[in-house]
Design a protein around this ligand. Structure first.
Ligand code: NAI
Length: 467
């Protein structure tokens, strides 16, 4: 059966499904094809959402087991019920995926379960699990196929002992010893989950720092906090082999520049060295859509080199973040509806949901130095923030970077409990071209952690009150 659509979206993750909803709102006849059988993509099914559910639950467990007594809350007999914790996480995911299916109906979007393939400039097929093929005629196509786990050498991921983020969200028991390869976002978030639940966690990182791309001062602060919590770091090291057997995993690593090797016997290894675009098997070569050497589909205002074929999210360039994909989904929908779609790539926040959290938006200090931009910096430690003191959550700082000449805020970087929620203020300030003084003269409620943002903004001009 052949039906004509305005747009067919391949991939039902945060990029694809948000694009579909916006297309529906704008009156475009829209279809979305998803092979997983559930909408929400990596983020909702095996990424952002389940990891946050486990971060929340493991934080509560660690608090009850080790920290609540400090506040006079004595809890006896704290026990981990991992099966229940996992079931709760699955429940959160289930509810959200059903919610997205409902939103598809509400937006009058046709949802096809199956593997989407472009078979012509205006033709897409969806092959269902039982082999049934639906053919769709369409004016436009949006590639929103996301990314997959990047493998590491010939290390074989079995999702039981040698795991990716997917396996790390579904372990059936707490490994005594866990090695995490890669001190990036996934490694530190999921490493935190298992450390809180009782694992001895060692993170092996190739570079001589953790979380590349994050403002260095913030990254160093995070490493210090995580070390204090018991996480071990081996920086400037490369893993040369990891082999699973019945007992566990034998892992060997050595200095990045070569040298004496160290061998560890551990229960599990989490490979978290990045993700790569998922762009194979989509028929791109056949219709002439270009890919770069790493498999990304380049774009110009989300248009590929083929006129009516667009690309958004992890499948194209830019940060591999759900909210970046969502913004792009909206922009493409608006372009297809004849409106000016726009995303400010300078204003995409990044959050790491460890304790304390990391949140940043705009340029880092290293980026400003490299670009030769003249800037002023204001910092404020949570140690001097009354709410943080009252909550015994004083780790971290807020740092505001302002252009010395234009006075526009160029970047805001934070380490602290709950800063993932606080970064939106900084994003809004950047969007409106605000100066540090604009934040400094905005009344913030007392006592709140967000007063640290105001004080860091004041510190840019040397008038922070509480330091
Ligand atoms: P990542 O790019 O954040 O970190 C990978 C780390 O592995 C880097 O520090 C890198 O230097 C290191 N590495 C690479 N090869 C290595 C090797 N051979 N040996 C040792 N270390 C090595 O990638 P990650 O953590 O896998 O996350 C994938 C993507 O998913 C990222 O783009 C991330 O932003 C995104 N994500 C975002 C989250 C969030 O926003 N909170 C949560 C989870 C993932």
């Amino acid at each position: 059966m052949s039906e004509a659509y305005d747009v067919v979206i391949i991939g039902g993750g945060p990029g694809g499904y948000v694009c579909a909803i916006r297309c529906g709102q704008l009156g475009l006849k829209t279809a979305i094809i998803e092979k997983r059988g559930r909408l929400g993509g990596t983020c909702l099914n095996v990424g952002c959402i389940p990891s946050k559910a486990l971060l929340h639950a493991s934080h509560a467990y660690e608090g009850a087991a080790h920290h609540y007594a400090d506040m006079g809350v004595e809890v006896a007999g704290v026990k981990l019920n991992l099966e229940k914790m996992m079931a709760k996480k699955d429940d959160a995911v289930d509810g959200l995926t059903k919610g997205i299916e409902f939103l598809m109906k509400k937006s009058k979007v046709t949802y096809l379960k199956g593997f989407g393939k472009i078979i012509g400039k205006n033709k897409v097929t969806a092959t269902a699990e039982d082999g049934t093929v639906s053919e769709l005629e369409t004016k436009n196509i949006v590639i929103a196929t996301g990314s997959e786990v990047a493998p590491l050498g010939d290390i074989k991921i079995d999702e039981e002992k040698i795991i990716s983020s997917t396996g790390a969200l579904a372990l059936k028991k707490v490994p005594n010893k866990l090695v995490v390869i890669g001190a990036g976002v996934i490694g530190l978030e999921l490493g935190s989950v298992w450390r809180r639940l009782g694992s001895e966690v060692t993170v092996i990182e190739y570079l001589d720092r953790i979380t590349p791309g994050v403002d260095l001062e913030i990254a160093k602060g995070l490493q210090k906090s995580l070390t204090k919590q018991g996480m071990k770091f081996e920086l400037g090291k490369k893993v040369t082999s990891a082999v699973a057997d019945k007992k566990g995993v034998t892992l060997t690593f050595e200095p990045a520049a070569g040298g004496d090797a160290t061998t560890l016997e551990v229960d599990a290894v989490l490979v978290a060295v990045g993700r790569r675009p998922y762009t194979d098997g989509l028929g791109l070569e056949e219709v002439g859509v270009e890919k770069d050497a790493r498999g990304f589909v380049p774009n110009h205002h989300w248009k590929t080199n083929v006129d009516n074929i667009y690309v958004i999210g992890d499948a194209t360039h830019g940060p591999m973040l759900a909210h970046k994909a969502e913004e792009e989904g909206v922009a493409v929908a608006e372009i297809l509806a004849g409106k000016p779609g726009h995303v400010d790539f300078n204003n995409i926040p990044g959050v790491i949901y460890t304790t304390p959290e990391v949140a940043g938006v705009g340029k880092t200090e290293e980026e400003l130095k490299a670009a030769g931009v003249e800037y002023k910096v204001g910092k404020f430690p949570f140690m001097a923030n009354s709410r943080a003191r009252a909550n015994y959550e004083t780790d971290g700082i807020v740092k505001v970077l302002e252009d010395k000449n234009t006075h526009k805020i160029l970047g805001v970087h934070m380490l602290g409990v709950g800063v993932g929620e606080m970064i939106a203020e900084a994003g809004l300030a950047i969007a409106f071209g605000a100066s540090a003084e604009d934040i400094a003269r905005t009344c913030h409620a007392h006592p709140t952690m967000s007063e640290a943002v105001k004080e860091a903004a004041m510190a840019v001009d040397g008038w922070a009150i509480h330091v």
